[in-house]
Design a protein around this ligand. Structure first.
Ligand code: ATP
Ligand code: MG
Length: 131
């Protein structure tokens, strides 16, 4: 699978990191096959993160994802899902390896700058959700 879905989340957009993060993506050998900036509705955010609906952080997550615009990208590279997750780093920016996007641009475990699909199957579902 050569595609994955990436989102620059509201915290990074609000702080003006969109172009810095796009540059990192391109510098690391990804192509941006499609992209758009949108402000997620509550329904979209709830549907997108439906797997987490029973987690204690679900309401906080939906509020965060609907708080400002997001930049949605379909990324293209060999082994895109794994490559993009490696470039993003761990979910918690304070635990993410130095040099990763979440380490550089993330705020905290909730507002962690970017999203990446976690499997080829979910990448296909998430890409179809937005493009
Ligand atoms: P994403 O799916 O956004 O790429 P991820 O796969 O690294 O992130 P998940 O476990 O899928 O992590 O969690 C989805 C999102 O929910 C996280 O990116 C973060 O924004 C939020 N989140 C996860 N764990 C917590 C937590 N313990 N407290 C608050 N928010 C959390
Ligand atoms: Mg996830």
């Amino acid at each position: 699978m050569i595609y994955t879905l990436a989102i620059i989340k509201p915290d990074a957009m609000k702080k003006g990191y969109k172009e810095d993060i796009r540059s990192e993506i391109l510098d690391n050998g990804f192509k941006i096959a499609e992209e758009k900036t949108i402000h997620l509705s509550k329904e979209q955010a709830e549907r997108f993160y439906a797997v987490h609906k029973d987690k204690p952080f679900f309401i906080e997550l939906v509020e965060f994802m609907t708080s400002f615009e997001s930049h949605i990208m379909k990324l293209e590279k060999e082994n895109a899902v794994i490559e993009w997750r490696n470039l993003m780093g761990a979910t918690d920016p304070s635990k993410a390896d130095q040099g990763t996007i979440r380490s550089k641009f993330g705020t905290d475990i909730s507002m962690n700058a970017t999203h990446g699909s976690d499997s080829n199957e979910n990448a296909t579902i998430e890409i179809n959700h937005f493009f």
